[in-house]
Write a protein that binds this ligand. Structure first.
Ligand SMILES: [Zn+2]
Length: 258
């Protein structure tokens, strides 16, 4: 069903002769345009003309790769299924609106017909020509719209049924897109969490490193500051302090050794 609808889209946008291109296009993977041309048995330029027309409507997307040796680009194409279905749905909805307007006009206005020439005219035009055909002189007769109205209503029913089926496909595609979106969000969140965990682990590792370095680094820094400051102010105090500290430390190290 989906393929039928997509082919109809191509027929509307490009023409019936191009509808087989749908068989070569995918909704997920990008397909090499040279492969499309080869499988369709047409030239690369003909293929591109078709693809560009579809792209103009935003119903197909592409990526391109540069050939390093030849220096030109090769394009890879992917059909936008959801957009194509929405495009078709909009066109059919517009047709239904037109048909309904036509019905309204037929139900509220009178039309006349020359049965000889099979020409139809509005009531205003019939009046203008004295209800006689200006081609053959035959008297106009009032047009019976019953059959036409029945046909118009039938056509609306047919289009509405089709729209329901298209809507089913649209819902499927939206569902797929939504699932894909959630998948990507989950993936992103997972990656974020991983990055956070990795960053936290790094921080912890750095902290540990710093903690190991602290006792080694901080003590000599403090001593240096004290030594620098103290001698400038009072030399006598410095001597007393250093004299007090040294024996305390020696005692500690001796205790540890024992
Ligand atoms: Zn006539």
């Amino acid at each position: 069903m989906l393929k039928t609808f997509l082919k109809e889209v191509i027929t509307i946008v490009v023409g019936k002769q191009a509808e087989d291109i749908i068989d070569m296009l995918d909704g997920k993977k990008y397909v090499n345009e040279f492969l499309i041309a080869k499988k369709l048995g047409i030239t690369i330029n003909q293929t591109r003309n078709i693809l560009y027309k579809i792209a103009d409507q935003g119903l197909i997307s592409y990526t391109r790769k540069k050939d390093k040796r030849k220096g030109w680009y090769t394009y890879f194409w992917k059909i936008e299924i959801l957009k194509s279905l929405e495009f078709l749905s909009e066109i059919l909805n517009n047709r239904i609106i037109q048909l309904k307007n036509q019905i309204k006009s037929r139900e509220t206005k009178e039309f006349y017909i020359c049965e000889q020439c099979n020409i139809e005219v509005s009531a205003e035009n019939a009046l203008l020509h004295d209800f006689t055909c200006n081609e053959c002189g035959e008297v106009y007769s009032l047009k019976d719209n019953t059959k036409l109205l029945r046909e118009l209503k039938k056509e609306i029913d047919r289009l509405e049924e089709k729209l329901k089926l298209i809507q089913v496909e649209i819902d499927k595609e939206r569902d797929k897109a939504e699932k894909q979106r959630l998948k990507e969000i989950k993936k992103e969140e997972l990656e974020k969490a991983k990055k956070k965990a990795a960053a936290a682990a790094k921080r912890r590792a750095q902290k540990k490193k710093l903690e190991k370095q602290k006792p080694v680094k901080k003590k000599p820094v403090k001593k240096k500051i004290e030594r620098k400051k103290v001698p400038v102010k009072k030399k006598k105090v410095f001597k007393k302090k250093s004299a007090k500290k040294k024996p305390v430390k020696k005692n500690k190290s001796i205790k540890r050794k024992r």
